[in-house]
Write a protein that binds this ligand. Structure first.
Ligand SMILES: Nc1ncnc2c1ncn2[C@@H]1O[C@H](COP(=O)(O)OP(=O)(O)OP(=O)(O)O)[C@@H](O)[C@H]1O
Ligand SMILES: [Mg+2]
Length: 535
């Protein structure tokens, strides 16, 4: 070939190159896995499909070619005409880029970043669209998490600022209250008991007392409260506040006090204690919108590893137990798991700040105590607060387990069946009874308990069961097992008092009941009592 005819020579190779490069391009597009790249005809029907498209949307080429691309859109988008609108936009503008939900073959959704480009021939006629879609769900989720975190930080900053402000106001307000109270006290001797102004004076004093509580709440919230612990007798604080509490809960709720006259003293800041009482009473009020009863009970107790109480120190100690029991709406397990979180509230906006129980929790922890909660929807709630008793040297001696196990030697053949859906309670109860020589079987629900009972063929002497459990309740279980063995002894355990249980009609007759949380001494004594040989 001569030098003068280069065109002739290169033409076939150029064409070949073009074909090859088109083939390479097609292969490249087909092989792309991270992007769905496909072509649509002018009406929006799928004309080509790559591996990325198959991965993103789940359709095989044979399933989707020829079908309209609106298949990838949500029902809402189809109903609003979005697919058609996007095609026309791309046609008019040459290219559009949008983000939105798309639907896979299996019906699941993903957040897509879509580029739609109109393709025209040399004459300018629309011959179709190239569509590139990328699944950016993860990116969107990350952005959302980031946005939520930012909102959380903003909220925390707001709360922090609010806390500072509240602390400042509380401080000044406290001084004002002190002034008012001081004046009220100063003029008090002027008014004799028969003076009609005496009632007004009393109202001023009560209003000041309420104001003081409010201040403490605000101060606790802004963490400015300085605790001044001293020896206190809870009973007298409760009695002193009874009128105020009754007024706070309203006349439709009956306030019941059951205060143990032998109650040990504790060491605590009085205003912190008042705050606990007020918060628990107000929560009980909100849980009983129509009517009901709030029982406040105090008792001496011994805390050991058998009591399952959040936040209590590990070492056993002599403690006092403060119980607030209401007959209100109760709580689901899900709500119960969150109630001590700051700002957690189920109340309508403006009705609750969600700071009440987190403040109570903080105070109890600061005083090395613990809280336990028992609640079931529609059954009411029981909050128990345990605070270390002051200066009491082991009045309730802990169990001398070796000696006791000798004494219980003869029980070894008596089997006890323990049923509770709370694994921790179950484990600790089993452990405490085994420690003193009883043989025990355990079950986490009534159904398993029935199986164990049948297998044990009359060897079980005592059923120790929780009352409120998912599935069959403790009472139904006891009835069924007692029908099989009328000699079977029954001891119930519950976070509720016998009174409340009777009130809800679960149990009409008198029952042997062990109130939760209990310690090893309560447990063993009660078991022995049921067997008729209490210590
Ligand atoms: N006695 C109770 N019965 C039923 N639910 C309760 C009871 N006490 C607390 N709760 C639940 O726990 C949530 C948190 O209580 P918490 O006292 O921390 O906040 P709050 O009462 O909602 O608001 P605040 O106390 O700040 O006015 C309540 O919103 C409610 O759902
Ligand atoms: Mg509250």
């Amino acid at each position: 070939m001569t030098k003068g005819n280069p065109v002739k020579k290169s033409r076939p190779s150029l064409l070949l190159d073009a074909i090859r490069s088109e083939e390479r391009f097609r292969l490249l597009v087909e092989a792309v896995k991270d992007y769905a790249i496909f072509m649509l005809d002018p009406q929006g029907n799928v004309a080509s499909w790559n591996e990325g498209a198959q991965r993103a949307k789940g359709y095989l080429t044979s399933e989707i070619v020829g079908k309209n691309f609106s298949k990838f859109y949500t029902h809402e988008d189809i109903a609003s005409g979005l697919p058609e609108y996007l095609l026309r936009q791309a046609e008019e503008n040459g290219r559009i880029e949008v983000e939105g939900w798309r639907v896979r073959k299996d019906g699941s959704r993903f957040w897509a970043d879509v580029t739609l480009t109109a393709i025209r021939n040399e004459a300018g006629k629309l011959i179709g669209f190239a569509k590139v879609t990328r699944d950016v769900t993860e990116r969107r989720q990350n952005e959302e998490t980031l946005r939520a975190k930012q909102a959380e930080i903003n909220q925390l900053q707001k709360v922090e600022a609010l806390g500072r402000l509240a602390g400042g106001i509380a401080h000044d307000f406290n001084n004002l209250l002190a002034g008012i109270l001081g004046c009220a006290e100063a003029i008090s001797p002027v008014f004799t008991d028969d003076n009609p102004a005496r009632e007004d004076l009393q109202a001023i004093e009560e209003a000041c007392a309420r104001g003081r509580l409010l201040v403490q709440q605000l101060m606790a919230f802004s963490r400015r409260q300085v605790a001044a612990p001293k020896t206190v007798h809870i009973n007298s604080i409760i009695e002193g506040m009874a009128q105020l509490l009754q007024r706070a809960i309203g006349s439709t709720i009956e306030l019941h006090l059951e205060l143990d006259p032998t109650l040990n003293a504790i060491r605590m800041d009085v205003s912190q204690l008042e705050q606990i009482l007020m918060n628990l009473a107000l929560n009980a009020r909100d849980a009983m919108p129509v009517n009901g009863r709030l029982t406040i009970r105090t008792a001496n107790t011994w805390v050991d590893e058998t009591n399952v109480i959040d936040g209590l120190p590990d070492r056993p100690c002599e403690a006092i137990e403060l119980t607030f029991s209401d007959t209100g709406i109760g709580m689901s397990k899900e709500i119960m798991s969150k109630i001590f979180e700051p700002f957690y509230t189920t109340k309508a906006p403006g009705k609750g700040t969600g700071l009440g129980l987190s403040t109570v929790y903080g105070i109890v922890q600061q005083n090395k105590g613990g809280i336990s909660v028992f609640s079931v929807p529609k059954m009411g709630s029981t909050f128990k607060i345990f605070l270390p008793a002051q200066g009491v040297v082991r009045k309730n001696q802990p169990l001398q387990t070796e000696k006791l196990s000798d004494m219980f030697e003869r029980h070894r053949t008596e089997l006890i069946l323990i049923v509770d859906d709370e694994p921790l309670v179950l484990r600790n109860t089993v452990r405490a009874l085994e420690k003193v020589g009883y043989s025990v079987l355990s079950a986490s629900n009534a159904e398993t308990a029935i199986e164990s009972f049948t297998k044990a063929r009359g060897k079980i002497r005592l059923l120790l069961t929780d009352i409120i459990m998912p599935g069959k309740n403790g009472k139904e279980l006891a009835d069924q097992l007692q029908r099989q063995d009328p000699m079977l002894k029954i001891l119930f355990m519950s976070g509720y008092s016998a009174e409340i249980i009777a009130e809800h009609g679960i149990m009409k007759e008198a029952i042997a009941l062990l109130e939760k949380p209990f310690n090893a001494i309560n447990l063993i004594n009660k078991v022995r009592e049921v067997f008729g040989n209490a210590l």
